[in-house]
Ligand binder design. Structure first.
Ligand SMILES: *Cc1c(COP(=O)(O)O)cnc(C)c1O
Length: 316
């Protein structure tokens, strides 16, 4: 079983009236600098501040009554945690979230604020999947992983669907890349609506497991990368996301932390919008020359806007 365009359409219907239809931003300055026509899908304005609400809500809303009774369990460095916590609250089920103890404090607080129970672990020495699975075995409850799940992928694909339905045909679509839920969903939606568009995923240079996997044809696993793009500190692509990426994606490229900060500043100073480092990966890859968008109509998913205090204090 994999994810189809029909699954994305069904996900759209499920989240309708609950998830925000986020705005599409444009910038004459960005267009002049890059030579393309850029359309930014502003998921930093999504509920809880990132596209991940889409996948989480789509997944939990398909629970059986028994699953709703037992609750949902997630392991996440931040945005997936908040997404599951909020979706669980809206749908009336209990959420237990396994989070790294060094997750940004505002993300920890937000997750607790949505009423979830938070269990902390050390991301450099402990395996979050094992912890999540142990809690599931002890308490019952359904684990919803952050990216490698059909219903999550289908939900994430609804952002690109909305973008293309609003702005029309695109030549290039770019997302950030962690475990590949956003990229896989985006690729399926883009392939359905703009069959000839090039599709790119951008990941942190320090953690280019996705690029290495894409080029070698086998999922590569890395150590936790040190990068400010905390939403893309994943160790490997998923068994479900990788084949979808192999089938539809044009290439996977990278941006480094300094380039991410430059893109963040551009978004803040020129476009007056706050985008977290992970969400700046696509624009950083255009600015650093790894994607040429001259003369192209380009869709960019601004994946989230949950920045930490630490980011605001960085000086260069
Ligand atoms: C999770 C996340 C990503 C990466 O999504 P994947 O589905 O894991 O590839 C990108 N940006 C933000 C803001 C995220 O929270």
């Amino acid at each position: 079983m994999t994810v189809t365009w029909q699954d994305i359409q069904a996900a759209s219907a499920r989240i309708e009236g609950v998830a925000h239809v986020t705005p599409v931003l444009t910038s004459t300055t960005a267009n002049d600098l890059t030579g393309g026509q850029l359309y930014f899908k502003a998921e930093n304005f999504q509920r809880m501040g990132a596209f991940k609400f889409r996948g989480a809500y789509n997944a939990i809303s398909q629970f059986t009554p028994e699953q709703m009774e037992a609750g949902v369990i997630a392991f996440s460095s931040g945005n997936h945690a908040q997404a599951i916590a909020l979706a669980a609250k809206l749908l009336g089920t209990k959420a237990t979230i396994v989070m790294p103890q060094d997750a940004p404090p505002n993300k920890l607080a937000a997750t607790r604020g949505y009423g979830a129970e938070v269990v902390l672990y050390d991301r450099y020495t402990e395996d979050r999947e094992a912890i999540g699975n142990r809690i599931a075995a002890e308490q019952g409850g359904t684990v919803i992983p952050p990216y490698d799940h059909e219903h999550v992928i289908a939900g994430q694909g609804t952002a690109a669907k909305e973008l293309i339905e609003e702005v029309g045909q695109l030549n290039v679509v770019i997302t950030s890349l962690g475990g590949g839920g956003l990229l896989a969903g985006t690729a399926i939606a883009t392939h359905a609506l703009c069959p000839h568009a090039a599709i790119y995923g951008v990941e942190p240079e320090a953690g280019n497991d996705g690029q290495r996997s894409f080029r070698s044809g086998e999922i590569v696993t890395i150590e936790t990368p040190k990068t400010i793009a905390d939403g893309a500190q994943t160790l490997h692509l998923g068994d479900i996301t990788f084949p979808i990426i192999q089938e539809y994606v044009t290439d996977i490229i990278t941006a480094n932390d300094e380039e991410l900060l430059d893109a963040m500043r551009f978004m803040a100073y020129r476009m007056k919008t706050v985008v977290e480092p992970t969400g700046c990966l696509p624009l950083a890859a255009i600015f650093n020359g790894q994607i040429n968008v001259t003369g192209k109509r380009v869709g960019i998913i601004l994946s989230g806007g949950n920045i930490s205090d630490q980011i605001l204090r960085i000086e260069v």
